[in-house]
Design a binder for this molecule. Structure first.
Ligand code: TYD
Ligand code: MG
Length: 461
């Protein structure tokens, strides 16, 4: 066998014999990593790919003759996680939990492991990052004890799989996939080929009526699973653990799910006793909000099937720069530019002479168009320095002519706003009327607006 040096892109897996600053296929910068690979001789026996292709020849079957699968789901003990997974952890599935270092992945999985174990399941928690002592300390802090929760501090893939065979657990947690290495590959742990190899072996294990597997993957600031993005295609579900480390709120979001819907988000709060579920995120996010201050506007967004109320805050100040500053936290940066352009052109507000900062409280990330109208209102309120009424909330998309556009799930949003005690809600006019929302069915006052210009009237007394 011969070895040679290649450069592999950690984002897309592209290979080249030369290094370059930018990956020619996916366009990512500085992602090509040097690796030493062993070339197999031509004709050498290749191991079959893992996953559903177990190496056996599978004949074609008529679609009508296929049986409906019976997914066995086990509850993790955390409603927030079960909902994100689509109703619980499917046995024999492989889930990737990704997030930045320090966000709380190990904490969450230790808690889930504890709950599952106390529910009578056998869990193997493999840690390649912490010592048994550290794990024991964390478990004590989290109040995790009892049940069949096995801990293995190991990074060698073959040794881990041997232990899995011996114990035959119901769930294997591998923390993290980047620390696990296989001796059959000569590249460094954490490299694309190593991570891929580990994931393939775990997937092969799970698909052959083995345990469910939860893989932990660290991501970098840009949100890519450090090492291989390729991992996301291989696993059944990808959960992303998000939030600002300084903020106590943490969101678990499904970005891919073969057994349920995506877009669901579970909300947690990091406390001294570990992660606590936040069953009523709207209330938590609205607690202690500033009253009678310009630049603040509550918004009701849909996170999967659940409406969540958060607050958008804007700060607009005269600029001293030739190119004014724009910062968006929790809100899409390009969307902010678009809103500012619409506000400038259609209402004549001179944002081009101002620095603009937009922030969503609680570490929530608003990714849906329904946040346009409240974002615009907070910007208008700040530049005019007129506070919005405290009992007012808004939801609606804004088009390029400044018109409001209908949003989905209007009724659910209105109900949530009502529940939280708001007395007025601004909605796109197209959401209200016969066949749509009937304002008389709600105790909250629904105020339909056709355009941004209409919405301005709430600023006047
Ligand atoms: P950790 O789960 O180790 O993060 P990850 O595995 O994603 O790298 O924990 C992250 C942070 O959480 C750590 O800095 C300390 C904090 N933390 C708490 O605030 N309370 C707790 O009970 C625990 C266990 C951790
Ligand atoms: Mg960790």
């Amino acid at each position: 066998m011969k070895t040679k040096t290649v450069f592999i892109c950690s984002e897309c897996g592209f290979r080249d014999s030369r290094w370059s600053g930018r990956c020619p296929t996916c366009g990512a910068w500085n992602t090509l990593e040097e690796q030493v690979v062993t070339e197999e001789k031509k004709g050498a026996e290749k191991s079959p790919p893992a996953g559903v292709y177990s190496g056996k020849t599978v004949p074609a079957v008529l679609l009508d003759h296929l049986e409906m699968p019976q997914y066995m789901r086990s509850k993790t003990g955390y409603g927030e996680i079960d909902r994100v997974l689509g109703g619980g952890l499917v046995s024999g599935s492989v889930v990737l939990l990704s997030g930045e270092p320090g966000i709380g992945k190990s904490t969450l999985l230790m808690q889930i492991g504890g709950k599952l174990a106390s529910g009578g399941q056998k869990i193997l928690y493999v840690s390649g990052e912490e010592s048994p002592g550290q794990l024991k300390l964390r478990a004590k802090r989290l109040g995790v004890s009892g049940g069949e929760l096995y801990i293995q501090t190991e990074t060698n893939l073959d040794k881990i799989l041997a232990e899995v065979e011996k114990l035959s657990p119901d769930v294997v947690i591998a923390d993290s996939v980047q620390t696990i290495y296989s001796e059959s590959s000569s590249s460094l742990p954490g490299s694309v080929s190593q991570v891929k190899e580990a994931a393939m072996r775990f997937i092969g294990l799970a698909k052959n009526e083995g345990p469910s597997v939860i893989l932990v993957g660290h991501v970098n600031k840009e949100g890519a699973v450090a090492g291989p993005k390729v991992l996301e295609h291989m696993v059944d579900a990808v959960l992303r653990f998000e939030g600002e480390r300084e903020d106590s709120y943490r969101m678990v979001r499904a970005v891919k799910n073969r057994f349920g819907s995506t877009n669901e988000v579970g909300v947690f709060e990091m406390t001294a006793q570990g992660l606590m579920e936040v069953v009523n995120p709207s209330e938590a996010l609205m607690a202690g909000r500033p009253k009678n201050v310009s630049g603040n506007c509550p918004v009701c967004v849909m996170e999967g099937t659940r409406p969540i109320i958060a607050e958008i805050q804007a700060l607009v100040t005269g600029t001293v720069f030739s190119a004014p500053r724009r910062t968006a936290n929790g809100y899409d940066y390009n969307r902010l530019y678009l809103l500012l352009a619409v506000l400038e052109k259609r209402i004549g507000l001179r944002f081009s002479a101002c620095d603009v900062y937009l922030n969503v409280i609680g570490g929530l990330r608003l990714e849906e168009p329904g946040a346009d109208l409240p974002a615009a209102l907070s910007l208008i309120s700040c530049i005019k320095d007129v506070p919005l009424p405290d009992d007012l909330i808004a939801a609606g998309e804004i088009g390029l002519s400044g018109e409001t556009r209908a949003i989905a799930n209007a009724e659910q949003r209105v109900r949530e706003a009502e529940r939280l005690g708001f007395s007025r809600i601004l909605l796109p006019a197209r959401n209200v009327g016969p066949g749509k929302l009937d304002p008389s069915a709600f105790s909250i006052r629904i105020e339909p607006v056709k355009s941004l210009y209409d919405a301005l009237s709430v600023l006047k007394k």
